[in-house]
Design a protein around this ligand. Structure first.
Ligand code: ZN
Ligand code: ZN
Length: 366
């Protein structure tokens, strides 16, 4: 079977041939990969800034945003049958007995850093025809969501953020607390985040570089969010238009922009960072306003990475909700489907669009 493999030491990304894997335990499931989404992390990995092969191997299979179809289930798996669709967890728990986060099933909060991640760290990814996975790492998805379910994994970031935000907002003991949200960035993480926020009842504004009209603004507006271009509207003006900003969901990965907007977080506001920036050297920044506001406005700043089982379950549920509520807008997030042989442009970030997807099932049909 074919796979897109990364050789970090040799700085090569290429299609390789591998033996088809076989079920090796009662709780394992064999999946035929249907689609694998491509994101900035894949681009970083293919620029060799990131990504490690499993120990003993000089390469690993790329891809962490998956949609697969069950072809075979081990004898211990009673609730999945051939043809069922599933999305796989990306991160697997570390094995350290002292990692209380992983031992409690909250591997997204792993404290040792020895977790493994499909297609990213010490574990093969999903850009291949067949994969073996443990049942407990799989989240079943309804058949009707076949065309959009590959967006589940990028949505888990917002779902994890919403779980955290709910916990934090519990400190505000009154009705109607925290309902105005600003999303920074209009890539897939930003747009899916905007959908999750609108769906959770937030008055949502997407604040992103490109002026209207553009395809990303169209998606934002189609789901009921407001779209404001940061090129046309300075941050002070945006903040004035929005009112007290209760929540900022950062999905742009641009540090200077992110901290500039932080100055305008409202009273009792929460700021969630999700972007992973590349080192661009030090910048000069006036920090007094940020510290002043953090204290005088009871603000909370947090980062979220990866997602736990609850966030995956919520994402599967909400992809279904979005598909029913905004079928066209959700579908419009996926702007390109490429056969595995044409992985280069999407993976190197040269294909443009919003979310590009590798259509693995196509390889299987040939
Ligand atoms: Zn991703
Ligand atoms: Zn751990």
């Amino acid at each position: 079977m074919k796979a897109v493999a990364v050789y970090p030491a040799q700085r090569i990304v290429k299609i390789i041939d591998r033996a088809e894997p076989r079920i090796g335990g009662p709780s394992q499931v064999k999946l035929r990969m249907l689609e694998v989404g491509v994101c900035g992390t894949d681009k970083e990995i293919c620029a060799f800034a990131y990504g490690t092969a499993p120990s003993g191997s000089d390469h690993f299979v790329l891809g962490h945003e998956s949609l697969g179809e069950v072809v075979e289930a081990g004898p211990g798996v009673t609730d999945l049958r051939p043809g069922d669709l599933v999305v796989s967890t990306v991160r697997l728990a570390c094995s350290d007995p002292n990692c209380s986060a992983c031992r409690a099933g909250h591997y997204d909060f792993c404290m040792t850093g020895k977790y493994r991640e499909h297609g990213i760290k010490d574990l093969d990814g999903f850009m291949t025809e067949f994969v073996i996975e443990e049942r407990h790492n799989l989240h079943p998805v309804a058949r009707e969501l076949r065309d959009v379910a590959v967006l589940t994994e990028p949505l888990t970031i917002a779902e994890k953020a919403l779980i955290e935000v709910q916990e934090i907002q519990r400190r505000l003991h009154w009705e109607g607390r925290g309902r105005r949200a600003v999303v920074l960035g209009s890539g897939p993480v930003g747009l899916l985040g905007a959908m999750a926020l609108v769906n959770a009842g937030y008055e949502t504004c997407v604040y992103s570089r490109s002026p209207k009209p553009n395809a990303k603004a169209d998606v934002a507006e189609a789901v009921g969010a407001r779209y404001i271009s940061s090129e046309q509207t300075p941050v002070e003006e945006m903040a004035e238009q929005v009112g007290n900003i209760d929540l900022i969901y950062e999905a742009a990965g641009a540090p200077q922009f992110a901290f500039e907007v932080l100055k305008h977080l409202g009273s009792n506001g929460i700021y969630v960072f999700t972007g992973v920036p590349r080192d661009q050297g030090p910048i000069e920044f006036h920090t007094e306003r940020i510290m002043y506001n953090l204290v005088l406005k009871n603000q909370v700043v947090l980062g979220v990475v990866n997602a736990g089982p609850q966030a995956f379950d919520n994402a599967v549920r909400d992809i279904g909700v979005f598909a029913a509520r905004w079928p066209r807008a959700l579908g419009a997030v996926i702007t390109g489907r490429f056969p595995m042989e044409a992985f280069h442009d999407p993976v190197m970030g040269k294909a443009g669009g919003i979310k590009n997807v590798i259509d693995i099932a196509q390889a299987g049909r040939q």
